[in-house]
Every structure is written in C-alpha cells, then in structure tokens.
Design a protein around this ligand. Structure first.
Ligand code: SF4
Ligand code: FES
Length: 329
C-alpha cells in the first residue's frame, strides 16, 4: 500500500499529461471560444504541473546510492530501487582485495578498498567505481559489460571468471572478495594480461571455414545449407568468446607454455566438425603433436570455468579419438 502511494506522482505524470492533451483537443473542437479563453490556459497550467512532477521523478530515480557513490544508469533505476527496499538502508559494505601487477616494482601488490554494493553490483562495477573515484591508475580491460566481448577475464576468489558477469554479493566470502589478474598469460599492468601469445595460438589453427576453391572461399556463389543435425555437431563449440579463462584454468598451460591449450583446440574441433569446411584431417594433423592434443591430461578445468558453456575438454578428447582412428585406417 505504502509503495503504491509512493508511486502516485509517477502515475500522475505518466497519465496526467496525455489526458490533459486529449481534453484540450476535445474542448477546442466542441467549444472553441470558451476553450481558447478559459480551458486551454487552465490545461496549460496543468501540463506544466504534471511535467514538473515527471521531471522530479526522473531526477529522483537517477540517483546515487547514499554513502557508496556507485552510479546507476537510467536503465537500472528499477533494479536499484528494489535493492534499496531489500537491503537495509540501501547499502551493504564489503572489502575488495585487489592483487595487481605493479609495473615499476615488477611485482604483485595488494590494495584493499571498502565499497558499498547492492545485490546487482558486479565485480566490474566495483573496479570501475574505484577507478573513477579512488584510484585512477588502476588498469582494467573491459568493453561490453555483458559477457560478450571476453575482455574482462580475471581471477575472482581464486577462480578465472568474467568480472562483468560476477555478482559480488553471491560470490563474497565473509564480506570479502578477492580479484587478481589471470596468471597463464604474461602480465602487462594491474589486472591486464598480454593476449598476444593467446591470439597467435588461436590464429595458428586457421580459425575460419576453408574451401579448396579460393574463389568460393572469398566470393561464395551459393548458400551452404546445413541440416539441424549438422549444425549441432559444431554449434556448442562456436560460442567461444576468446576470453582466455580456460587457458588460465588449465594446469598444463600453467606449467608448459608451449602447450597450445584448450581454446585453440576447441576451435580446431569447431571447424573440423562443420560440414561446410573442406580442410578435413589436415586440421587435426596440425595439432596431432606433443605440444598439441597429446599434452592434454583431461583435467577438465577448462570446461568448468568456461562462461559460455563451451566444452574444450570434450572437444580435445573427440580430436584425440579421431586422430587415433585415422592412424588405424
Ligand atoms: S572456450 Fe570458453 S573459457 Fe575458453 S576462451 Fe572460449 S569462451 Fe573463454
Ligand atoms: S566486459 Fe565484455 S565480457 Fe566482460
């Protein structure tokens, strides 16, 4: 009841303006003289009144949580308003521990910050808040903020995860959350890794559909239709966003940098299993070497941490089985 009373100004401004406008048109249509002299000025005052209520509502909803200064954009006002209702005083404090690579000292340093969150705050929200309000030297890599670009991978509470998809409240332990850069990639600064080697490995497996006829490859003259069954052969492996989390989770990548790793191998299978590809067994032959398929020890950590449900561990076993089958042929 209390909530609906609070919403009255919002409803009044939403419905008041269109109702008054309809009244103005109708009154002018039926009583033009009375309308011009009396009704339209009154309606104009009413429009101004409801317009001001609407502006006040927009201003109030685009607020900053008191004491936490975590900004909310206009799309999140509804969520933030609900969080205010659920969390006492609309805020909860927790400590974020950031292990970051200090370039000048060439070693890891630890910073702790107390921050205010609500139940929708992500790790990336907090890091951006710290960067904008407390320490603008903090380096983070991110782009889409929605689990699509794969840029914000880091180690959160000891597990490789995407910062933009990690809810703080759900993952905090004893009101504390720890973040660190991924360790399987060379460190550049703070939470940012160097992905050159990762992309080189990815490129080395020819990650594109191959056609023997080069004209057809680049200027295809027909559609290559596939059945649902053919699509399902490769589809789960095509969801990779190249975040590199599987590489960071893999114990072999962490001990043997020459191992090509789960991400490129899953993509070998993705293209090998695609009925439109014409590279065939040559794809598998490229990785049928010790530093390729045969370094995988099937720990399965890659598949566990993948935020997109790609299953590199299974892809690698399927490649191994195919390679073995080719040997017997
Ligand atoms: S397989 Fe999954 S974890 Fe690995 S790079 Fe692709 S999306 Fe990221
Ligand atoms: S910012 Fe794009 S995946 Fe996190």
């Amino acid at each position: 009841m209390k909530e609906s009373i609070k919403m009255l100004p919002m409803y009044a401004s939403m419905f008041g303006v269109p109702i008054l406008m309809v009244l103005a048109v109708l009154s002018y249509a039926f009583y033009p003289i009375v309308s011009t002299a009396v009704l339209i000025p009154l309606i104009a005052i009413g429009l101004l009144f409801f317009g001001l209520i609407g502006a006040r509502e927009v201003y109030l909803h685009k607020y900053t949580l008191k004491g936490t200064e975590i900004p909310y954009n206009i799309n999140r006002t509804g969520e933030a308003a609900r969080a205010i209702k659920d969390e006492p005083n609309g805020k909860k404090k927790l400590v974020i521990v950031i292990k970051r690579f200090d370039v000048s000292l060439r070693k890891m340093v630890v910073n702790k910050y107390e921050v205010g969150i609500d139940r929708f705050t992500t790790v990336l929200d907090i890091l951006l808040h710290i960067k904008s309000k407390t320490d603008n030297t903090l380096s983070i890599r991110y782009s889409c903020r929605m689990g699509i670009c794969g840029s914000c991978g880091m180690v959160i509470n000891g597990r490789p995860m995407l910062a933009c998809e990690t809810n703080v409240l759900k993952n905090a332990v004893d009101d504390k959350i720890e973040v660190a850069p991924m360790q399987a990639h060379p460190l550049l600064k703070d939470l940012v890794d160097d992905f050159d080697d990762f992309f080189d490995k990815h490129i080395s497996i020819s990650p594109y559909l191959y056609k023997r006829d080069k004209n057809e490859q680049y200027l295809a003259k027909k559609e290559y239709k596939q059945t649902q069954a053919e699509i399902e052969e490769f589809l789960p492996y095509s969801y990779c966003i190249m975040c590199g989390l599987c590489m960071d989770a893999c114990p072999v990548v962490n001990t043997n940098p020459d191992f090509i790793g789960p991400q490129p191998l899953s993509q070998v299978y993705r293209y090998y299993a695609d009925s439109r590809d014409e590279m065939g067994d040559a794809r598998i032959e490229k990785v049928d070497v010790l530093e390729g398929l045969w370094s995988c020890e099937y720990a399965g950590a890659c598949s566990k941490v993948c935020p997109k449900g790609v299953d590199p561990a299974t892809a690698i076993q399927l490649l191994k089985a195919t390679a073995m089958g080719n040997l017997i042929k």
